[in-house]
Design a protein around this ligand. Structure first.
Ligand code: TRP
Length: 363
């Protein structure tokens, strides 16, 4: 396909994605059955409160609204930016425990599965690879960023092609809403490009096979690490995990970075660390961060930290209790995954049939 024939959509600015996300958010309340949510995580470790407030709560809310929800565990994707693979299965099971403890309920409407168990989904990779150019793959900003941050000895081809695999994840089930963070927007744009090109090239005489999926951007501001760094992450040791104990939570918050000013105010620009802690309290108790700051007043960092410790441990207590119970039920966790994979496969087989027939490959 010549470069000038490639249909570019109105170039994906963040504002356009945000606007679309707001529209979906409104419509989904009225027409939940028009949508299918596909979301997922790489099984690289346990989930922390950044995931909980940023995406988990949103997923639970959507599935409770009656939107069919597919929760995918992207185990193959771990191989693209990690050399180590010894923990994948264990991490997958811990992810399921985190999901269930947070309130995701597998059943009629919601399934959880690892994509490595859905061969028909993975097979979409072959036609999709032919719909994208090398240069499109190498200019993906999220991929470039991950290459810079990874400690891979060699940058493998999977690193460049996993966004196509992500398109397989989304399109095999005809997902049209993908709750993600800003960093995943380039992958969503590529997924739409693939869907559009597939429909245009192969579905001239038949209805289009794939819908256009859009991001549902979380309204929660991104949560910084407790050491004040830009992101809460396992490798920086600045995260409170859903699986942390109340004491571990208290210890980490005690070490959290603040500033020397005694009077607590909510000032995200000039006092980002204090603002982050206030925001976390706000996410737990629903009060405005300004009001929380005013009530702490000249109690200083000590008071701020004790209020946060109590609010967070209180918020997470039921989840942690459920988590501890689920840890004792490995057979059930395995069953959730195998049943989920079975259901995902049924969907994938149907889509692959349509794809095969559109591509003129039925024998
Ligand atoms: N790339 C995502 C991440 O790193 C994980 C992922 C894989 C995903 N496939 C997906 C997310 C499909 C949403 C939809 O977090």
């Amino acid at each position: 396909m010549a470069e000038n024939e490639i249909e570019y959509e109105a170039k994906g600015t963040y504002e356009a994605a945000l606007e679309k996300s707001r529209q979906i958010e409104e419509d989904i309340k009225v027409n939940p059955s028009k949508y299918r949510v596909l979301t997922g995580d790489r099984p690289t470790g346990r989930l922390h409160i950044g995931h909980y407030f940023g995406s988990l709560q949103n997923r639970v809310r959507l599935s409770k609204m009656g939107v069919p929800t597919m929760v995918l565990i992207a185990d193959y994707q771990v191989l693209t930016d990690h050399d180590a693979f010894d923990q994948i299965s264990q991490n997958t099971k811990q992810l399921v425990i985190d999901y269930l403890a947070a309130g995701i309920e597998p059943g009629e409407n919601t399934i959880i599965y690892p994509h490595s168990y859905v061969p028909e989904c993975n097979q979409l990779m072959l036609p999709f690879l032919t719909l994208v150019s090398n240069s499109e793959l190498s200019r993906n900003p999220t991929v470039k960023d991950e290459i810079t941050k990874s400690d891979l000895a060699v940058v493998n081809a999977g690193m460049y092609t996993y966004p196509i695999h992500q398109a397989c994840d989304i399109l095999f089930c005809k997902g049209n809403v993908v709750p993600v963070g800003k960093d995943q927007l380039p992958h969503l744009e590529l997924t739409r490009t693939i869907a559009r090109r597939f429909n245009k090239k192969f579905c001239k005489k038949t209805p289009p096979v794939f819908p256009m999926p859009y991001a549902l951007l979380s309204k929660t501001p991104s949560i910084k690490g407790l050491d004040g760094s830009a992101k809460m992450s396992k490798s920086l040791g600045n995260a409170v995990y859903l699986s942390s104990t109340a004491d571990e939570t208290a210890a980490l918050i005690k070490k959290a970075k603040t500033d020397g000013e005694r009077v607590i105010t909510y000032d995200p620009v000039n006092r980002p660390e204090v603002a982050n802690l206030l925001m976390l309290i706000s996410l737990c108790n629903g009060q405005e961060p300004e009001a929380i700051a005013a009530s702490i007043g000249d109690g200083g960092s000590g008071k701020l930290k004790s209020v946060l410790t109590e609010a967070l441990n209180e918020e997470l207590r039921p989840l942690r209790e459920k988590r501890a119970q689920l840890e004792k039920e490995p057979d059930y966790i395995r069953q959730v995954l195998t049943e989920g994979a079975g259901r995902a496969r049924e969907i994938a087989v149907k889509t692959l049939d349509e794809v095969r027939s559109a591509m003129n490959m039925v024998i």
